[in-house]
Design a protein around this ligand. Structure first.
Ligand code: TPP
Ligand code: MG
Length: 336
């Protein structure tokens, strides 16, 4: 979608204030991810780390549309999801640094952020793992008769997992109030979609399970918001599963170990540059500027406020203690 058509649809659909809030959220996600790479290189963050740069619209255009009592499940690429659910940057940063003040008590790390009080049921280190879990969550919502939905994010690589298809079959069969968001960034680590499936049209796979499905330009925040709004409303009102294949791209490597040199084995610099032309953050910034809703001074003020938030989170995390040894066996089994 061109900037012009984005602007036209913004004028008809969404107010400037709402879009500014979305821009702020996306900017926070991007700057947060960038700061993590620095902390990883300093040795402050251990374990693994998967960034969301380039994919922000998939979260910023969807999660803010949820209401109290709705749930979110996602993969190990989960920092943006936690931010959008309302988990504090302090609790996320402390979790990444393995501190007791982290949102999983410092024992989950980057791939296992969680915040049930805000409806965030967590990231998952198992590829495809959130999809079977979503069936349990969706069934519980329906069984209780609640007017809620479960959002479930997963990747294009996960779409080839057996358990994912068993779960999608049940979600379609039982008519569960789940909205699946397929984060189709074109690659599962270094393997492209084209090399890993005989049927790259993802919507056909969902439709085969009796699930309403649509493909969305995931680099276009307005298209994402629109499609998500409709899918969430259908899941909530009609109590049936929905599937949105969001076409997107990750601007950085699969994880921190996947550096520029490694990436040459599976994608070209030209390809990355071509996708960066569609950077959802820059597109939204240009749209707001064109509308007169954002000036350079506003943008700089937002940048410095976000910088301060992240610096505060880093300070908090670095000063927090590690989990005490006695807590080692806590949270292994549910109590009672
Ligand atoms: C069951 C399982 N198999 C393999 C892995 C190793 N692994 C981690 S991420 C990944 C790629 C998944 O790609 P995709 O589903 O497209 O998500 P993306 O990383 O692109 O967001 C693989 C194979 C894993 N974590 N879990
Ligand atoms: Mg992928």
């Amino acid at each position: 979608m061109s900037i012009q058509s984005v602007a036209a649809s913004a004028a008809s659909d969404q107010g400037d204030a709402d879009l500014l809030a979305t821009y702020r959220l996306m900017l926070l996600m991007r700057r947060f991810e960038e700061s993590l790479y620095r902390k990883y290189r300093e040795g402050k963050i251990g374990g693994y780390l998967h960034r969301y740069d380039g994919q922000e619209a998939l979260v910023a255009g969807v999660i803010p549309q949820l209401i109290k009592g709705d749930y979110v499940l996602c993969t190990y690429r989960d920092h943006a999801h936690a931010i959008a659910c309302g988990t504090s940057p302090r609790a996320i940063m402390a979790e990444l640094m393995g501190k007791a003040t982290g949102c999983a008590g410092g024992k989950g790390g980057s791939m296992h952020l969680i915040d049930p009080a805000n409806g965030f049921l967590g990231g998952d280190g198992i590829v495809g793992g959130p999809v079977p879990v979503s069936v349990g969550v969706g069934f519980a919502i329906k069984y209780r008769g609640d007017k809620n939905v479960c959002l479930c994010y997963f990747g294009d690589g996960a779409m080839n997992q057996g358990g994912v298809h068993e779960a999608l079959n049940m979600a379609g069969l039982y008519g569960l109030p789940i909205v699946y968001i397929l984060e189709n960034n074109g690659y599962a680590m270094g393997t492209s979609v084209e090399r890993s499936t005989g049927q790259p049209e993802m919507v056909l796979k969902a439709q085969a399970h009796g699930i309403d499905a649509e493909t969305v330009d995931g680099m276009d925040i307005l298209a994402v918001r629109d499609a998500a709004g409709r899918a969430i409303a259908r899941a909530r009102e009609e109590v049936r599963a929905q599937f949105l294949e969001m076409r997107t791209y990750r601007f950085v490597g699969h994880g921190v170990a996947d550096n520029a040199q490694q990436q040459r084995f599976y994608r070209t610099e030209d390809e990355i540059a071509a996708w960066k032309e569609h950077d959802p953050l820059i597109k939204l910034r240009n749209l707001l500027v064109a509308h007169g809703a954002l000036t350079d001074a506003d943008d700089e003020a937002m940048e410095s406020e976000i910088r301060a938030t992240i610096e505060d989170a880093i300070r908090f995390a670095e000063e927090s203690p590690p989990p005490p040894l006695e807590s080692l066996y806590e949270h292994v089994y549910a109590e009672g």
